[in-house]
Design a protein around this ligand. Sequence first.
Ligand code: ZN
Ligand code: ZN
Length: 244
Amino acid sequence: MVVDPVLGFTRDPSLRSSICSCPDCGEIMKAESLEHHQAVKHAVSELGPEDTSKNIVEIIFHSSWLKKQSPVCKIDRILKVHNTQKTITRFEEYRDSIKAKATKLPKKHPRCIADGNELLRFHCTSFACSLGLNGSSNLCNTVPQCNVCSIIKHGFKVTGGSGILTTATSGKAHDKACVDESEEKRAMLVCRVIAGRVKKNAEGGMEEYDSVAGAVGAYSNLDELVVFNPRAILPCFVVIYSGF
Ligand SMILES: [Zn+2]
Ligand SMILES: [Zn+2]
């Protein structure tokens, strides 16, 4: 058996194939551990001034804050979520299933057929660690104080049939968040959401639906929207903010 003098592992190709190095940090590990390693250690990256998406996220966050009485809160940093291929595939499969279902219905739902009625939505949650600070991309393990890390790691949780609340505006997401009010910082997730067929509260008798609209808001007629399948929602960016 030939052992590599530098790395110390065997050069036998049949064994070597099971060992790899992380493309992000160079750490050596078993191939089957790589996906989990990347999901936990390289879950996010901070967007710099040269990233056009930073600008876009900032604009949609601020323009929909809409709290006329209080000053606009302060954005500490904006992180891009590196979803695993498995997570992205699950999201895409869910969208495909909504599209396929829509094509078979007698009543036409053109948006559902086109893209599953995909929307860009907000979800606000707790934040208590140093994720994204000085390049830190390590998810913490502090639930419920830092629920954002749990969402990035495990996805959204649906408990007791209550569904996952998403909003059209950052201000509404902030007001509706289930968090400890005394915390100084929060995380605003910017998510892709497959709304599918939306049940509006006012209309009864819709046989089947994929999401439910909440009360009509002052700024948007779909300000609140609840989805019931964790696969219907994919977090893409995290805005860490304070001073609210
Ligand atoms: Zn790594
Ligand atoms: Zn955390």
